[in-house]
Design a protein around this ligand. Structure first.
Ligand SMILES: *Cc1c(COP(=O)(O)O)cnc(C)c1O
Length: 402
């Protein structure tokens, strides 16, 4: 039969768009087109002997409990691994569950972590507050200069954690340079790749050992469910990452995995459209009299523009604006918008604007905020799927009200 010889039977020959619709599909006997949703917690076995072999790990691909093995979650993980170019992936209940697993699975008491200081709030909390409670010390560094990582490394440094671009000021960390430093000291590099997305930045190709996502963001991208993913080599994922997930249970639900797969089908379309609109908004607002600074990785005035061009294919979907007139002016802008909603979420079909100083970064001291660029006038815009002309008109109207 000629279908058997079709070169596209080889997943490696398929484009990401195709993988995100078909990758890892496991059809049931009903031959459903959409992916099957297995809402089941447990599995029964044909015999005691079979159960014994299964628990001994002698039956490959077998399922024994949905805390760590569910067919719907399997397909989602396989599709994410294909998108990322990773050997393996594990789904989690949320992005924070994924980040916490990626960090905790690789360290033990007495170890040391180096992390960039400009991090998503929850990630900073995990490395700065929680880990020291369990005997793992942390050094936070200004991530813009790789030398700062090199200087912070200690003989017991086991893990380096970075986010690039950072939330909310879109500073960059040189993934390749930091990977080399981490590996020279025998440490693993974990990259939170939410802001750049799997479409525009490939940390594993640049030397990262583990990549994490909040799937809540661009992967669902439609404001419906929480989810997280950790990706990397089979050795790390099927080893410590899987064991910690299995034994502590921050499991991605099958229902959420199914919703996230629906998100993956349109992920490239949505992220491309949102990125195109972001570039148009940046062009329209750059130089506006009421904005001190437009921050966008692929804007020439970005202090790390060359690095942005090198490690990110585009500037992605987020923009930071430093509004002239501080917090009062920033509030005026946000409160005058009609289409763009005030929300701290991101990567959504709806354009969302947030004032980090009074929301996501409220917990930090003013000194720490200013150190990471969170000024009183700073707002972060997550560009959605609305018409870019409407978004530009909305923002120009808001700026006029200041
Ligand atoms: C949202 C986010 C997280 C946490 O993800 P949740 O799904 O909200 O738990 C982690 N890192 C970054 C960069 C994020 O934007």
């Amino acid at each position: 039969m000629s279908k058997a010889n079709n070169p596209l039977n080889d997943p490696a020959r398929r484009s990401p768009e195709t993988q995100l619709v078909h990758g890892g599909t496991q059809r049931t006997a009903f031959n459903e087109t959409s992916d099957a949703l297995f809402l089941n917690s447990g599995y029964s076995y044909p015999s005691s002997d079979h159960a014994e072999k299964l628990f001994m790990g002698e039956i490959p691909g077998a399922h024994n409990y949905s805390r760590f093995a569910n067919p719907t979650v399997d397909v989602f993980q396989e599709r994410m691994a294909l998108l990322e170019g990773a050997e393996a992936a594990r789904g989690f209940a949320s992005g924070m569950a994924a980040v916490t697993n990626a960090v905790m699975s690789q360290v033990k008491a007495g170890d040391h972590i180096v992390a960039s200081r400009a991090l998503f709030g929850g990630c900073r909390y995990v490395v700065e507050d929680f880990m020291p409670r369990w005997g793992v010390s942390t050094t936070l560094v200004d991530g813009r200069d790789p030398e700062n990582f090199a200087r912070a490394m200690q003989p017991n440094t086991r893990l380096v954690f970075i986010e690039t671009p950072t939330n909310p000021t879109l500073e960059l960390v040189d993934i390749k340079a930091v990977a080399d430093i981490a590996h020279a000291h025998g440490a693993v590099l974990v990259v939170d790749n939410v802001f750049a997305t799997a479409l525009w930045q490939k940390p594993l190709e640049l030397g990262a050992d583990l990549v994490t996502y909040s799937a809540t963001k661009h992967i669902d991208g439609q404001g419906r469910v929480l989810g997280g993913v950790v990706l990397g080599s089979k050795k790390l994922i099927e080893g410590d990452v899987h064991t910690l997930l299995r034994q502590t249970g921050a499991t991605l639900s099958a229902f959420n995995a199914w919703v996230l797969m629906k998100g993956l089908e349109t992920f490239p379309l949505r992220v491309r459209q949102m990125t195109d609109s972001a570039a148009k908004i940046v062009a329209a607002l750059d130089g506006h009299a009421k904005i001190g600074r437009v921050v966008y990785p692929h804007l020439k005035s970005h202090p790390q523009y060359d690095l942005a061009k090198r490690q990110m294919q585009t500037g992605s979907t987020l923009i930071a604006l430093d509004v002239e007139g501080g917090q009062e002016a920033a509030f005026k802008l946000c409160d005058s918008l009609s289409v763009i909603l005030i929300s701290n979420n991101l990567g959504d079909a709806r354009s969302l604007i947030t004032h980090p100083r009074t929301t996501t970064h409220q917990r930090l001291t003013e000194e720490v905020r200013l150190e990471t660029g969170v000024t009183p006038g700073l707002v972060r815009l997550s560009v959605g799927l609305e018409a870019s002309d409407d978004l530009i008109a909305d923002l120009l109207y808001g700026l006029d009200q200041i």
